[in-house]
Design a binder for this molecule. Sequence first.
Ligand code: HAM
Length: 430
Amino acid sequence: MTEPKIKAIRGTRDLLPPETALWNFVEAAVRDVFRVYNFQEIRTPIFESTELFARGVGEETDIVAKEMYTWVDRGRAESDKGQSLTLRPENTAGVVRAYIEHKLWERGLNKLYYIGPQFRRERPQKGRYRQFYQIGAEMIGPATAGSESPARDAEILELLATLLDRLGIKGWTLQLNSIGCADDRAKYNEALRQALDPVKDKMCEDCQRRAATNPLRVFDCKVPEDQPIIEKLPRISQYLDEPCRQHFAAVKDILKSVGVAFQENDRLVRGLDYYTRTAFEFTHGALGAQNAILGGGRYDGLSESLGGPPAPGIGFAIGEDRLVLALQESAGAVQSKPDVYIAPLGHGMDAHAAQLARALRHHDIVVELGDENFRMKKSLETGSKLGARFALIVGENEIRSGLFALKNLETGEQISVPRAELAAKIIQKP
Ligand code: HAM
């Protein structure tokens, strides 16, 4: 066969069965955990105004400066002609925009989750795609609703530990830091600027720019030659004020009392500008270079920087692609197989088979329907190949007598079952 001319775009991919069964398993499990923690789903658009991300995530971040899919809308109406739009690179800014637009503060503390695609023009590799999927959550509301409390941070982190454990993901590490409030960061940025001044000429072009505009972002640098310089820079932990220190201490105390293990890492500053105070990542050894399975933190000033009222918040996003990769490393694939393969034998039997399939599916039995033009041998082979537990033969004799041949495809045993008892026999576990 010749190579197809039209292929999926680099960095995007088709998710095919049986892998999609694993994705569905993950999504069902996380929805279940969110329900127990009283989170509700929010769905925001996949594209937003470019300004939202520029102001929310930050002009100087790699995401905004290099990785967004942005275009100018042609628009029909005068009002939207020439508007700059962007495929969302992340979902926190969109959720906070919706919080402001729908005055969600009137509901007190909002506990929202989302599952959906995000888009970043990164160099594709294992665990890094240009269209990837995030499972995320945000807790946001007025401070009077308790949104600023360290108890919220600890609740989010404990939820994540529960989620990963329930999915059977072993060997994760929680890396935890506090990057302080805006004042702390202003002081820290100044200290970084001073420390970078004598050495910045030896650094990459991006870092030279960052040193002038937003020194914290030098920590996003991946250039190996710059790392020894970055390693010697001052640490944020030395610049936290007393309230931020106490907030961080309270988060750690609760985590210890609920038994969630963590590693303090004062190099963890995260690649988005909206973070304040608690910042975290969960890493997983099996993922190689792209080892962050999820990341998140507090963003107490984000609502205000988007023109909304003060609304402290905290959230996270799991990279679903990476979560599935980690699951494939630690467990076998989850595959959905039919309970029964119905084999109509001979002319006119398709209709009878369809009737039976309809009745069995009402009992939540997974049915694969054959074809009256198949011979018996082909039907049984097809059923076995699909991994069906049973084959149900539907021929003229069966229809006349009301007794159906039910063949166990694993053991080869065949029994005769009255129509009314078929569902019970198929559901019965071996
Ligand atoms: P982030 O660290 O940029 O944070 O992304 C979160 C997670 O998404 C990463 O840890 C990673 O697992 C996954 N991810 C990111 N980029 C890619 C990619 N190109 N391919 C595959 N997976 C990727 C955020 O997006 C924040 N909005 C999280 C947050 C929510 N903070 C507070 N609330």
